[in-house]
Design a binder for this molecule. Structure first.
Ligand code: NAP
Length: 278
């Protein structure tokens, strides 16, 4: 690419209209005075490979990838980071000048940075973690909790077989609990995470008993619509430190932006307001 080429990036998904990433990256481009663009792109499964192979020729330096393409893109990449391979999905692609595609997963990074920013006294190895849910997002959460040294992770999922499969993959630090007894996981847990879609606008409310929260535990919900979920409200009532899920979305975007546009952006209140449109 010549020096005066305008760098382009974007997000590929299907559907894509709901994505907050264009607002997020648009804010960073604007406030940092970077001449570049970030574009939402609705791409079907059948067109995915063709689009991804064509974008670098049009000046794209990389893209974010969201549902339903996060797993498929691993097969299109020349290099897959260890964490993307472990999670089994990528959310960030870098198109290198040599034509190679590099795939990474920054969800776990975003998850941990959000906890570090929102709960500055969080000590990952202070006690066990309790994780609700064993879907795609849980994979990134488990990988990153193991990575930062959480000694034991209690995991419960409505469909127990999915939790058992994650234990088989991620190892003995994971202890699977029955969904019907999921509330018991909270006993002495110092980190608690909801990775299910329960409590999200338009979905069922979170109903597992939540009276066992340990005061002082750090509690986060990946759901960020609404920002204050029932799960977080119950944790707050019990004297826990709560961290909403929006920050994970904001932080996971940092590594991609830095690689594409050459500067490390900050996650601050101005970014949150821009993304929330307030
Ligand atoms: P997913 O792969 O579809 O997994 C959904 C999870 O929710 C599964 O564990 C599923 O259990 C559980 N679940 C759904 N309905 C349920 C119900 N009625 N009762 C009990 N459990 C139920 O979705 P995902 O990609 O992991 O995403 C999960 C949530 O995280 C979504 O709300 C998503 O928006 C959010 N998320 C947020 C961020 C962020 O940056 N903050 C990033 C990624 C995801 P079963 O296995 O039994 O179906």
């Amino acid at each position: 690419m010549s020096d005066n080429t305008i760098p382009l990036a974007g997000v590929i998904g299907d559907p894509i209209g709901h994505s907050l990433s264009p607002r997020l990256h648009g804010h960073w481009l604007r406030t940092n005075g970077i001449i570049g663009h970030y574009i939402p792109m609705q791409v079907t499964n059948e067109n995915l490979e063709h689009v991804i192979r064509t974008l670098p020729m049009a000046g794209f330096v990389g893209v974010n990838v969201t549902i339903p393409h996060k797993e498929t893109v691993l097969n299109l990449a020349d290099t897959v980071t260890d964490r993307a391979a472990l999670i089994g999905a990528a959310n960030t692609l870098i198109f290198r000048p040599d034509g190679k595609i590099y795939a990474d997963n920054t969800d776990g990074y975003g998850f941990i940075e959000n906890l570090r920013q929102g709960a500055s006294d969080w000590v990952p190895d202070a006690g066990p973690a309790a994780v609700f849910g064993a879907g795609g997002a849980a994979r990134a959460v488990l990988a990153s909790l193991i990575d930062v040294g959480v000694p034991e992770i209690r995991l419960a999922n409505r469909t127990r077989a999915r939790a058992d499969a994650l234990r088989a993959e991620f190892g003995n630090r994971i202890k699977v609990c029955d969904w019907l007894q999921a509330g018991n996981m909270l006993d002495e847990a110092t980190t608690v995470v909801n990775t299910t879609s329960l409590g999200m606008v338009g979905k069922t409310e979170f109903r597992a008993p939540l009276d066992g929260f340990k005061p002082g535990a750090v509690v986060t919900d990946l759901v960020y619509t609404p920002l204050r979920t029932h799960f977080l409200e119950e944790a707050e009532k019990a004297g826990c430190v709560t961290v909403d899920g929006l920050g994970m979305l904001l932080h996971q975007a940092v590594p991609g932006f830095e690689r594409w546009f050459g500067m490390r952006p900050v996650v601050d209140d101005a970014l949150r307001s821009a993304v929330l449109g307030i």
